[in-house]
Design a protein around this ligand. Structure first.
Ligand code: URA
Length: 285
């Protein structure tokens, strides 16, 4: 794998697999066994797991295509995950407004995604909005700019909002996690759990009339349901937390990124948007 065209092919393959950021100068193969396990001293009970830095295995010969990507199982919850959730609950509860909440999140180290992300992606829009929209997780563009939905799916989201007479000055937009998962992988349940107290506090502080989950992941998290987005969309639910003055009307719509891949579903999305517009009119003071 020395010829420039081979290197280009490998880089292209990485890009297609979602690996589009360099986060270290030295490659780390986390799947390799330690070279000399017998020489490794035993870990003290409760000690943080050691990182195994191993030599990268030989690259395949130039003619061999890169191995197919099978999705790895999600990493297990790191030690201290419960403690991280407890700390998130306490920090979020203490926030009196969105600025406090953003500051609390910026200082929170309990979500591992923070380590690999460039920026915190807190949210965007009007803190007094009647409608809050929650997506899954920031992508590369969002990570670079520190704002949610600024890439191609964000552009579609803006058009979707415009189709029912809304823009970002009338809504608030955020995600189920506040940092980009590396390579745009799905956030793990543990990562979602450590961010959830902040999402809940965000909704409490904004106190909107309508909460919209965008895509299956956000719908499952916010609505605490197991069905897929195809079943969850097009219906109304109530969303409430202990501190909310009243339950919020909640619904789910297809994620804009899914609509970009499946334009045939845009008609259904349009019906869902019209239902949101009608609900806003119905709830208008
Ligand atoms: N997709 C999401 O779910 N959120 C973003 O912020 C961008 C893309």
């Amino acid at each position: 794998m020395n010829a420039p065209q081979d290197t280009r092919a490998l880089l292209r393959w990485y890009l297609e697999a979602g690996v589009d950021e360099t986060i270290g100068e030295v490659p780390v193969d986390r799947t390799a066994a330690p070279a000399t396990p017998a020489a490794t001293p035993p870990e003290a009970p409760g000690a943080a797991p050691r990182e195994v830095l191993a030599e990268r295995p030989q690259a395949p010969p130039p003619s061999a295509p890169p191995p197919p990507l099978s999705s790895p199982p999600p990493p297990p919850s790191p030690p201290g995950a419960d403690e991280a959730v407890r700390s998130a609950v306490a920090l979020a509860a203490a926030a009196r407004d969105l600025d406090d909440l953003r500051t609390a999140l910026a200082g929170f180290d309990g979500c591992a995604l923070k380590k690999t992300a460039m920026n915190l992606v807190f949210g965007d829009g009007n803190p007094g909005a009647r409608i809050v929209l929650i997506g899954e997780a920031p992508g590369a563009d969002e990570d670079r700019q520190g704002l949610p939905f600024v890439g191609v799916s964000g552009q579609l989201l803006d058009r979707m909002l415009a189709s029912i007479g809304l823009d970002r000055s009338q809504v608030f937009i955020s995600n189920t996690v506040f940092w980009r998962p590396p390579g745009n992988r799905t956030p793990t349940p543990g990562e979602v759990a450590t961010c959830q107290p902040f999402v809940e506090r965000m909704v409490e502080l904004i106190d909107p009339e309508i909460l919209v989950a965008m895509g299956g992941a956000a719908a499952k998290t916010l609505l605490a349901r197991n069905e897929g987005i195809g079943r969850l969309r097009g219906r109304w639910y109530t969303y409430s937390t202990a501190k909310m003055p009243r339950p919020v009307q909640a619904t789910a719509i297809f994620h804009p990124a899914y609509l970009l891949r499946s334009p045939g579903q845009k008609r259904t999305a349009w019906l869902d948007l019209l239902a949101i517009k009608a609900k806003l009119a119905e709830l208008a003071p």
